[in-house]
Design a protein around this ligand. Structure first.
Ligand code: NDP
Length: 299
């Protein structure tokens, strides 16, 4: 039976570390890390995500500034807000909650987030830098970073291993593949047009599933001893009763855990890590700013 990688416990440890670091930054430099969250429209899931992120900020002593804009907000209005936040000294990180309403140009907005405040890591320049050998972007996106952190904190070697990533989205699949590559794994990326998927997944030492299909990866698709990171979050109603809806991953946990060496559960795996990485990126942004201020004062 597989070892269960307890993302909730690992994330709790990281949040406690961040809380200590935030207190130290305040005591030593008088700087309180600040995160601005921008929510456009009335998507209830997005509102919940933002609420959870702001609550997590409060718990570790990070200030959060919430901006809630109506669905009919124009590109210019949103751009103006992002520029204002970019110029503010008390805002170290800017998070624009996705998806934006369809009439807004998401890529243009994400590109307007200054790189040193891009704590979500979604500015296309930051994403692109992930793929440049020898370069590190100021910030890596949170969910992929959470996957790598889970491997690291579980003592799982990445270098030299064969990694297979299911999914090539800009927010999970592609960046996590680039991060594994930067850590010297040999990486294969699969997507909806990949033929003979199981023949590829069976070669994986490390398998990352990020496709959004409930229990897609079955026991016969993995080899014995694989390490599985399940990013998927899918709501299913097993008994056809909507009141009994529950969350499952992209991996059939019961089947795959029979032969895997280690596996993340859903919920309680990658999910809690995403917010922990956002908090850490915001702390890092504030720490870098404090160091710059110290240097400029000394000059
Ligand atoms: P997207 O829908 O943007 O991307 C899904 C990817 O999976 C695409 O690349 C798609 O291929 C590929 N795919 C779809 N069907 C198949 C298939 N049958 N075989 C192989 N590949 C397939 O999803 P996201 O990347 O945004 O999210 C993936 C999952 O991760 C979702 O369940 C989401 O809820 C979850 N998630 C969890 C987070 C967390 O904090 N734990 C954060 C973000 C996402 P193609 O490109 O060809 O269409």
């Amino acid at each position: 039976m597989a070892t269960i990688i307890d993302g909730a416990a690992i994330a709790a440890t990281i949040r406690a570390e961040i809380k200590d670091e935030v207190a130290r930054l305040k005591a030593e430099h008088g700087v309180t890390p600040g995160l601005a969250t921008v929510l456009v429209g009335d998507n209830p899931a997005s509102a919940t995500y933002v609420r959870n992120k702001r609550k997590a900020c409060a718990e570790v002593g990070i200030a959060s500034f919430g901006y809630e804009l109506p669905a009919h907000t124009t590109q210019d209005e949103l751009m103006r807000l992002v520029h204002e936040l970019g110029a503010r000294d008390d805002v170290h990180g800017i998070l624009v909650q996705l998806p934006l309403p369809a009439h807004l140009d998401e890529q243009a907005i994400l590109s307007a987030v200054p790189l040193h405040k891009d704590v979500d890591g979604f500015n296309p320049v930051n994403l692109g830098l992930l793929g440049v050998k020898g370069r590190r972007p100021p910030f890596a996106p949170c969910t992929p970073q959470g996957c790598i952190e889970l491997l690291d904190r579980s003592g799982i070697r990445i270098a030299g291993r064969r990694a297979v990533v299911l999914g090539r989205s800009a927010i999970v699949g592609l960046p996590v593949a680039l991060m594994l590559l930067a850590r010297d794994a040999t990486v294969t990326i699969c997507h909806s047009q990949t033929p003979n998927l199981a023949s590829i997944t069976r070669t994986a030492d490390i398998l990352i599933a990020a496709i959004g299909k409930p229990r897609f990866v079955t026991g016969d698709m993995v080899k014995a001893g694989v390490v599985v990171i399940d990013v998927g979050i899918n709501r299913v109603t097993d008994a056809g009763d909507p009141r009994r809806a529950r969350l499952v991953g992209d991996v059939d946990f019961d089947e795959v855990s029979e032969s895997a060496a280690a596996i993340t559960p859903v919920p309680g795996g990658v999910g809690p890590m995403t917010i922990a990485m956002l908090l850490r990126n915001t702390l890092v942004a504030a720490r870098r700013r404090a160091a710059e201020q110290k240097t400029s004062e000394a000059a």
